[in-house]
Design a protein around this ligand. Structure first.
Ligand code: MTE
Ligand code: MO
Length: 435
């Protein structure tokens, strides 16, 4: 099996005969050829190598492997060492108030592995003892509550798949293309299945008073991150979660308890959630005044820009995953929108002159990463790859030129512009912007 797969990959290369077969049929013929072995010329394979046919036994086929519970908690293969979160050292003054980026170039499906989910801390990663942790709900309520983790887990639970994106994702690219990397231009978005309690269920338990209009949500970390949320959003789809992709929330994501505010900027998704105060007006905390507002060209700031608007990016090819010679490729990427489902993604290989509809891969869920794919036959000439997402509200992902015209370049946040990857004749891929 293994040698066949290896040869299957090599035929996508420069001197393969199959690149002359056009269009969709290519993939079908490829499959048939792989099954029959006809295309690969057995004579060419050297006896004694792993390309020999029938397959020779490699060392791992000749001895027993380690037994069960050799590693009580599983790890990726030792051959997958460079799929890790990374940071940009010059970006922040300290590691405790900083960010690490998800390697989207290696994410194969819509779920981000728990060990690769991007981290954004304002006061470092709190280490919270779940036995001692409490969630307090008070303010304009009939019956204030102090809940233990056990109490919270007794409420009816739901599981939902949602992305989290920091609105500073792409924030270094407002003026010019700066970071030649998918991981650093887009890796402040990740997606997981979250399990917990609907915030509306907890609020029903405490009983909202008539004047209740806003909630202050606060974390137990050293930053005590706090944000104001309108009560309508709290009652709509917010979740108080303790589960992440089938296991306990990771410390990086706010163990033992975090708030999920589906489709809204990462910053309001308070980690290590310890307090919800109900009030009748917003608090105007530091994180919603001096930070997480955007300075416009005329010097005024946009307040409360919670929503993540439709966005997409091609994850292959990309700077980290260049093309290897002309031939057939599958362009792959992710699209997402805080307003609901992605309805379609268009792909351009000529910098936005011509567009073709990409295929959306199931499942297509609201406020979740959605995977798109598009067959591409590269002629080996320089190309400009772009993807453009449209969501169920009809919102179309803008170009960077359109965003600049609307907002100027003083801001950092909410850059959901179309990304351009320049593919050079040698297959290398670069982060560029078209004026
Ligand atoms: N308590 C607390 N919650 C927090 C933060 C924080 O520093 N402390 N960072 C926020 C920011 S700015 C973002 S983008 C998201 C990131 O979530 P993640 O670290 O799970 O990716 O968490 C938010 N919640
Ligand atoms: Mo953030």
């Amino acid at each position: 099996m293994l040698p066949v797969l290896r040869r299957g990959i090599s035929i996508l290369g420069r001197d393969s005969p199959i690149i002359d077969i056009g269009g969709r049929r290519t993939f079908l013929k490829l499959g048939a050829a792989m099954a029959g072995g006809a295309l690969f010329g057995r004579g060419a394979a050297e006896a004694g190598t792993s390309d020999a046919f029938p397959p020779q036994d490699a060392p791992w086929s000749q001895t027993l492997g380690p037994g069960i519970v050799d590693r009580p908690y599983g790890q990726p293969s030792q051959f997958v060492k460079d799929v890790i979160r990374r940071d940009v050292p010059w970006l922040t003054a300290s590691k405790e108030s900083s960010v690490s980026f998800t390697p989207l170039q290696d994410q194969t499906g819509i779920i981000t592995a728990n060990g690769l989910f991007f981290e954004r801390y304002h006061g470092g990663r709190a280490s919270v003892d779940p036995q001692q942790h409490r969630l307090m709900i008070h303010g304009l309520v009939d019956r204030p509550l102090l809940l233990t983790m056990e109490d919270i887990k007794r409420f009816p639970s739901v599981s939902r798949i949602h992305f989290i994106e920091c609105p500073a994702n792409g924030g270094m690219e407002w003026r010019a293309a700066q970071l030649n990397s998918l991981q650093f231009t887009h890796g402040m978005v990740s997606c997981a299945e979250w399990t917990g309690v609907k915030l509306s269920a907890l609020l029903e338990e405490v009983g909202l008073k008539k004047e209740a209009k806003w909630a202050l949500v606060e974390g137990a970390d050293a930053a005590h991150m706090d944000r104001s949320l309108p009560i309508e959003k709290c009652l709509d789809d917010c979740l108080v979660v303790y589960g992440q992709n089938g296991e306990a929330l990771r410390p990086e994501q706010g163990f033992p308890l975090r708030l999920i505010v589906p489709g809204w900027q990462g910053n309001v998704n308070i980690k290590w959630l310890r307090r919800i105060q109900i009030g009748d007006q917003p608090w105007f905390t530091r994180e919603e005044t001096s930070k997480y507002t955007e300075l416009m060209a005329d010097g005024r700031s946009r307040g409360f820009t919670w929503l993540i608007y439709a966005k997409s990016v091609i994850t292959f090819p990309c700077p980290e995953k260049p093309a290897k010679g002309p031939g057939i490729y599958e362009i792959r990427g992710f699209a997402w929108s805080g307003k609901g489902r992605i309805t379609h993604v268009d792909v351009s290989t000529d910098g936005g002159v011509n567009w073709e509809r990409a295929r959306l891969q199931e499942p297509v869920l609201p406020k979740a990463l959605t995977r798109f794919t598009h067959e591409w036959r590269w002629d080996g000439k320089p190309a400009l790859l772009q993807s453009r997402a449209v969501d169920e509200t009809g919102f179309v992902q803008p170009t960077i030129a359109e965003l600049r015209a609307a907002r100027g370049v003083n801001g950092i946040y909410n850059n959901n512009s179309i990304q351009t990857w320049q593919v050079k004749a040698d297959g290398s891929v670069f982060d560029v912007q078209l004026s």
